[in-house]
Design a protein around this ligand. Structure first.
Ligand code: SF4
Length: 370
């Protein structure tokens, strides 16, 4: 059922090259997170999401300090090794200091065009809206220059429908997993979500539709296994889900920036783009990288635990990610005070030895089973 998803994730370059040739559209690498893919689609580009990879870091250390997160270092390694030659341009968001600086480094080191969707740090909806008015215009101008196509209201509306449909289908997959824990292996589930980073949206949507149909009549797994909610920025390395599968634990929900925080976003309002993008960036799930005092992560996460039936929260910390590290201690305390067991693992996307991670997850699952 998941074979075609695994094929994509195991052959990313080949997959992108194949579709680039078929579509004859410029590939635009989206540096995480929350850049509305709809804009790239509407400009006639082919968006692929680059949330880091597992390449050993050989060249990127000449440009980035070793205590920079492995998302940034491995993304840069890809370009330095000329392994991203199909990517014609990069679209960044100003999610964290690392990404802001990474874009500056890309501008100096590489010749490919880059653009940035700068996310405001302001208290009010009106201030966000005002700030984004000029940002959205400059992003659109930049995209039109890269692709050579004008974004029209029709192309925008079609793109909004297409990518809105993707997230709707992904939400259905999340719901099935919540309602029938164990119905899908954890490794298969995240492979299916990750596949969407690399495929054209219409191709991916068809794969998800087939998958959902195949899952419709299946039952969940045994009811007495530990149920986990995962929380972090990036749901990689996928290898860890094999360990969770071996331990027969069920991930019932997540709060990943490239998981539910993105999947939960509604269709982009293409009729009023600035309003639509403001809403897209700030809602509905709170994020450690988005300043929004009206959307507090503490009650949000606790509510998510209750609604998903999770018995414990595993914090999935990508080393040196500052925004995540600043939020985690308070979030863990808040959950603990409410009686929710918590644990954390620290990771690098480039890691190859998972023994310590296995020991930690296994101990956490044993604790939940007592
Ligand atoms: S993992 Fe954290 S530090 Fe790294 S790019 Fe993402 S938000 Fe920034």
């Amino acid at each position: 059922m998941f074979r075609n998803f695994h094929e994509v994730v195991n052959n990313v370059s080949k997959t992108i090259q194949k579709h680039e040739t078929e579509l004859d559209r410029p590939v635009i690498g989206v540096m995480p997170a929350y850049f509305p893919l709809e804009l790239i689609e509407a400009a006639g580009g082919y968006p692929v999401q680059l949330w880091g990879n597992n390449l050993a870091i050989e060249k990127a250390d000449a440009h980035l300090q070793s205590y920079c997160c492995s998302v940034a270092r491995s993304a840069m390694e890809l370009e330095l090794r000329d392994a991203a030659h199909m990517v014609k341009a990069y679209a960044f968001t100003s999610l964290c200091d690392t990404l802001i600086n990474l874009r500056e480094i890309y501008r100096r080191v590489f010749t490919k065009p880059t653009l940035e969707l700068s996310i405001p740090i302001t208290r009010t909806e009106q201030a966000r809206h005002n700030y984004l008015t000029s940002v959205v215009k400059s992003v659109i101008d930049g995209l039109e220059e890269i692709t050579g196509n004008k974004i029209t209201s029709e192309s925008l509306s079609n793109a909004a429908k297409l990518h809105g449909r993707t997230r709707e289908l992904q939400r259905r997959l999340y719901r099935i997993r919540r309602e029938k824990p164990g119905i899908v292996k954890n490794h298969d589930f995240y492979t299916a979500i990750k596949t969407g980073f690399f495929l054209p949206a219409d191709v991916y949507n068809r794969m998800l539709e087939d998958l959902l149909q195949n899952l419709a009549d299946l039952e969940g797994g045994q009811g007495d296994r530990p149920k986990l909610l995962l929380c972090g920025m990036v749901f990689d390395p996928l290898e860890i889900y094999k360990i969770i599968d071996e331990l027969e634990a069920y991930v019932v929900d997540d709060d990943f920036a490239n998981g539910w925080r993105t999947v939960s976003k509604d269709g982009l309002n293409a009729d009023n783009l600035v309003e639509g993008i403001t809403d897209f960036l700030f809602n509905p799930a709170p994020c450690c990288c988005i300043y929004n005092p009206d959307n507090d992560r503490h009650p949000y996460l606790l509510e998510k635990v209750k609604q998903s039936g999770a018995e414990g929260v595993l914090f999935w910390y990508i080393k040196f990610c500052e925004p995540d590290a600043f939020d985690r201690p308070q979030l863990m305390k808040h959950l603990k005070d409410a009686g929710v067991p918590v644990a954390f693992i620290d990771l690098e996307l480039t890691m190859t030895n998972f023994d310590a991670v296995r020991t930690r997850i296994s101990a956490f699952c044993e604790m939940l089973e007592k």
